[in-house]
Structure formats: structure tokens, C-alpha cells
Write a protein that binds this ligand. Structure first.
Ligand code: ADP
Ligand code: MG
Length: 260
């Protein structure tokens, strides 16, 4: 099967640091991919490159058969390739609902004002769809009761759910999540895991960067493992991939979340 999205020999170097080095990855439509690796192995940098927020040193990015290596981040978002960040990036002066609506509005942003003005019926339709998508995302993430609250009044776990809702409101075709359950309780993590499986059943392609190995092995269809900027293992049986010697070794000597 032809991949929906492909990363081809992508490198991102920061001066002498090879944060990502000649990485090849393929993502097929509708599957949920896990991406793990010790801290500093290049996972977030790779998501940055794939969303075009981080400049590539070399390599190509392909979506639906077309290279998007030179598109702007806004254009990539409009293609339907979206990410969430490792740290909370909500606008504190806006309500949960308005933060989530921003995700939906991203579909209009980048179109010229003239275009939105010249085709008001189309613009109104997109806006209406956006409002519906925002409402659906709020409901899906269990945020209805806090939709009019401000982010800082909510627990960290809830703020992270708002971020996922914002990304979903844009109705992406590929959703990249950078440690979405960091700082969540076990129960909240399991809920997010179940949600990701539901989204997968709806056909959404997902890339999940996560340290929670039990969660990864429960929800992912395929696992990629990075170490020191390179891909060191991959496979369709995440639990087995995690047990491979090269993966165990990559985590050895690292603190805390060694793979278990
Ligand atoms: P991970 O998400 O797997 O923990 P990162 O992608 O954040 O890893 O980082 C990979 C490496 O690249 C690290 O050595 C990190 O210090 C370095 N790095 C990340 N972003 C930058 C940057 N903007 N400038 C310089 N070095 C960076
Ligand atoms: Mg990271």
C-alpha cells in the first residue's frame, strides 16, 4: 500500500547536533503509529520538521504522493497535517471553546481576506463547519462542562485535552501528538488512549510520541523507535519491538522512564 505520508532521508542538524539524521518513515492511512525513544533522541524535532515549523537540513516530505518539503507551516496545516506540542500552548485569555475554535479557524487562515470576501457563501459554510467541528471536538474530549472556563482554571490534564480538541477541530487527516498524556493521571491517560483508538476507527491517521509504554503497546498499530537522531527499530508488534535488545540498550543508563 502506498503511504499517505512519507519522511524520506530527513535530517535536521542544529550546528554540530544531528538532532535527526537521515530518517525514513512511512505512514499508511488510518493507522496509529507510536514513536518512542529516550529524551533527546529527536522525536519532537522530527514532528517539527514534518509540520515544517523546523527547517530541514536535508531530505523530503511527501503527502498523498506530493512533496511538501517547501510549503509553509500554514500550508501544511491546511493540507490536514497537524500537530500538538509537548508543552501546553493555549491562549490564557481565551475560553476553552474559543481556543478550540482557533483550531477550526486555521482552515480559513492563510486564505486571502479578498478571497474570503469574494466568496462569502463559501466562507460562511467553512465557518459553520468549523463551529460544528469545534463543538464536536469539545464533546469528544469531555470538555462540555468547562467550555466557558479559562485554561488556567483547569487541571493540567484537562488543559492537555483542550489542546487535543483544538487539533481535532481542524479536522486533520494526519494528527501528530507530542506526549499528549504527560502530566496526566493513569485514568486520564487511559481515557486518551481509548479516544485515540476511537479516532483511529474513524479513519484518522495518527502519530503518537509517548513515554508511556503500556499505553503505546495498547493503542498503536505500529511502532517506530529513535535513538540519537536515527531510527533504530520498527515493527507491527509494539510489545515485541520494545523488548528488542537494541531498544532496551538505547534506554539503558537513561534515567526514569526506561522501557518496561
Ligand atoms: P526528544 O523530543 O526525542 O526528546 P528533541 O527533538 O527535543 O528530542 O531533541 C533532539 C536533540 O536536538 C537534542 O539534543 C536537543 O537538545 C536538540 N535540539 C532540539 N531543538 C533544538 C534547537 N532549536 N536548537 C538546538 N538544538 C536543539
Ligand atoms: Mg520531545
Amino acid at each position: 500500500m502506498k503511504a499517505l505520508l512519507a519522511v524520506q532521508k530527513v535530517s535536521v542538524h542544529f550546528g554540530g547536533t544531528k538532532a535527526v539524521h537521515e530518517v525514513d518513515l512511512e505512514f499508511e492511512a488510518g493507522r496509529l503509529y507510536g514513536l518512542i525513544g529516550p529524551n533527546g533522541s529527536g522525536k519532537s524535532t522530527l514532528l517539527g520538521a514534518m509540520s515544517r515549523l523546523t527547517r530541514l537540513t536535508a531530505g523530503a516530505l511527501v503527502f498523498r504522493g506530493d512533496a511538501y518539503t517547501h510549503l509553509t507551516p500554514e500550508a501544511v496545516a491546511r493540507l490536514g497535517v497537524r500537530r500538538t506540542f509537548q508543552t501546553v500552548r493555549l491562549l490564557p485569555e481565551m475560553t476553552v471553546l474559543d481556543n478550540v475554535k482557533l483550531g477550526a479557524d486555521a482552515r480559513l487562515a492563510g486564505r486571502s481576506i479578498a478571497r474570503n470576501w469574494l466568496f462569502p457563501a463559501h466562507t460562511a459554510r467553512v465557518e459553520k463547519q468549523g463551529a460544528r467541528a469545534a463543538a464536536e471536538a469539545i464533546e469528544r474530549l469531555g470538555l462540555t462542562a468547562v467550555a466557558r472556563e479559562f485554561p488556567l482554571n483547569l487541571s493540567y490534564g484537562t488543559q492537555r485535552r483542550v489542546e487535543i480538541a483544538r487539533a481535532l477541530a481542524a479536522q486533520p487527516s494526519v494528527l501528530m501528538l507530542d506526549e499528549p498524556t504527560a502530566g496526566m493521571t493513569r485514568e486520564e491517560r487511559d481515557e486518551v488512549g481509548s479516544l485515540l483508538r476511537e479516532l483511529s476507527a474513524d479513519g484518522l491517521t495518527q502519530i503518537l510520541v509517548e513515554h508511556d509504554v503500556p499505553l503505546i503497546t495498547r493503542v498503536c498499530d505500529h511502532l517506530y523507535v529513535m535513538n540519537a537522531g536515527q531510527l533504530i527499530a520498527s515493527g507491527d508488534d509494539p510489545a515485541a519491538v520494545v523488548q528488542r535488545p537494541e531498544v532496551q540498550e538505547a534506554y539503558l543508563g537513561r534515567r526514569a522512564h526506561a522501557v518496561s
